[in-house]
Design a protein around this ligand. Structure first.
Ligand SMILES: [Zn+2]
Length: 274
């Protein structure tokens, strides 16, 4: 889907990045400077009043189809929990040049970082892929490192996508409602690598959240930044139940497959996990 005019105010989107960062920190998905957020805006935005400093940077991949598009991206080494205090100091604003290989990076004089997040290659690849596929004019991508979901990805059986989803999405009736495609799984790849980027693009074609094995998660939304962060929270809550159950000798029943199917039938939800 695309957002319809009147578009959200620039300040509103900047603030939503701060709010999402704070929430990810509250759910222990962003220790230290872990995690990063980026947002694509496909409508004309005047950014120079907020971000008067201008540099030119090379993009990690050529995206000529996104020329003129705007990205808000968190700075490398910045703490997600602090963005809301001074969003402009923690976020850079990229406007893609006509050549598609470079972009103008606009920043605030209060800027607290030198480079954008090192995971921007995965962010940009996911944005470009999703925008090409759906034509959306808004797209948010959030990376976090939620403790319990990441812990489960260290256990081989939970890296099997069917096993992971059947075990995690059984703990709350809302789980299948919020994650009807389930959680994707990408095998471990070196952070920031082209391999991680490719695996992420692939997994996010068919899911709205993907676990990066032994590292964390990435989620996307074409509605809002908070919606993407919510998906991480839903997945992490499910993992928390699963960890509780493991710690208590697996005494919990969880919803049965028939119970989950009854919920889906009642609410008209398409799913192929249960
Ligand atoms: Zn990370």
């Amino acid at each position: 889907m695309s957002l319809a005019a009147p578009y959200p105010e620039f300040e509103e989107i900047v603030q939503s990045i701060g709010d999402a960062g704070l929430r990810l920190s509250e759910i222990e998905a962003s220790e230290g400077a872990a995690g990063n957020i980026s947002v694509y805006l496909g409508w004309p935005v005047e950014v120079r009043r907020k971000f008067p400093l201008e540099d030119t940077i090379d993009l990690p991949q050529a995206v000529p189809q996104l020329a003129g598009g705007t990205f808000l991206v968190t700075g490398s080494g910045r703490r997600l929990r602090e963005i809301h205090v001074d969003p402009l100091a923690n976020i850079g604003c990229l406007v893609v040049n006509a050549d598609g290989r470079t972009a103008r990076l606009y920043t605030s004089p209060r800027r607290l970082f030198t480079r954008l997040t090192s995971e921007f290659n995965s962010h940009l690849a996911v944005h470009a892929d999703q925008i090409a596929r759906s034509g959306t004019n808004f797209h948010a991508v959030v990376h976090g490192q939620p403790l319990q979901l990441t812990y489960l990805s260290h256990i081989a059986t939970y890296r099997d996508e069917t096993y992971l989803n059947q075990h995690l999405l059984r703990w709350q009736p809302e789980a299948i409602v919020n994650l009807p495609e389930g959680i994707g799984v990408a095998a471990f790849q070196v952070p920031g690598s082209p391999e991680l980027m490719a695996a992420t693009v692939e997994a996010l074609r068919t899911h709205r959240v993907v676990v990066w094995a032994k590292h964390g998660v990435m989620a996307r939304s074409d509605v809002s930044v908070k919606r993407a962060a919510d998906r991480i929270e839903y997945a992490e809550t499910a993992a928390r139940y699963e960890c509780l159950n493991l710690a208590h000798g697996e005494r919990g029943e969880g919803l049965s497959a028939a119970e989950v199917r009854a919920i889906c039938d009642f609410l008209g939800i398409q799913q192929s996990i249960f």
